[in-house]
Ligand binder design. Structure first.
Ligand SMILES: [Zn+2]
Length: 236
């Protein structure tokens, strides 16, 4: 009985250590995942900016083509001027030229506006690219550290798990199952010390008769309040 209790105590100690190693490892893995999430967020923004720049450049090119065509037109119409016979036609053609030039000026202004937008977006792109670079650098340096920590802790975890298995193998299956369930449900504390007539797991008083039986260390007992397996401190 005392032997079983000691094995259970060992088991709980190892399991608590395993839980803490696993939590630490989860932390490392979360940190690694965060780098990836951060990088892909910035990458997404870069893609979006590139798309916007491409659209702007496309419409800038279209405007440029329009402008060249219209300028050709103006040259062609202007070339016709000396051949014009009537005053009325002359005025009409001059007006046509004037309208075309105004429109070309507008097109030119639109092009300049698009180019200015491109310049702004390219500034944003540069900023995002260096942001991405910084994340990558940090991820590389810290990532190597994290990978090392992960592999170190994996080795420790493996050793602890082996020890755990050998301790568990010495315990009856039903007791082990009970312990397991409690360990999970009671936040990693399946065993509780009974002291001065109370359960130290839930701080509730135990029935005096039960406490007396516990002191005899004759059987496995559980707390009627929190269901934890109770043990008493025995003098060495
Ligand atoms: Zn209790």
């Amino acid at each position: 009985m005392q032997n079983k209790m000691n094995l259970l105590k060992d088991l709980q100690e190892i399991d608590q250590e395993i839980s803490s190693i696993e939590a630490t490892r989860q932390g490392y893995q979360d940190e690694l995942a965060n780098f990836e999430a951060d990088a892909s967020k910035v990458l997404e923004m870069i893609d979006q900016l590139n798309d916007e720049v491409a659209v702007l450049r496309q419409s800038e090119a279209e405007l440029q083509q329009d402008l060249l065509k219209e300028k050709d037109n103006v040259v062609r119409v202007e070339a016709r001027l000396p051949e014009i016979q009537t005053q009325k036609e002359y005025v009409a053609v001059l007006k046509e030229i004037d309208v075309a030039k105004k429109s070309n000026k507008e097109t030119d202004e639109q092009m300049v506006a698009k180019m200015q937008e491109v310049v702004v977006l390219e500034g944003d792109l540069e900023e995002k690219n260096s942001e991405l670079e910084a994340i990558k650098e940090k991820a590389e340096a810290r990532g190597a550290e994290l990978e090392e920590l992960l592999s170190e802790s994996e080795a420790v975890l493996l050793k602890r798990t082996e020890t755990r298995e050998s301790v568990a193998a010495e315990l009856p299956v039903s007791l082990l199952r009970k312990y397991h369930t409690l360990f999970k449900r009671r936040g990693g504390l399946a065993l509780a010390l009974a002291k001065s007539g109370a359960c130290m797991g839930c701080n509730m008083q135990l029935p005096p008769q039960q406490y007396n039986r516990l002191l005899q260390v004759a059987e496995i007992q559980t707390c009627p309040h929190c269901n934890r397996i109770l043990y008493v401190e025995t003098e060495v």
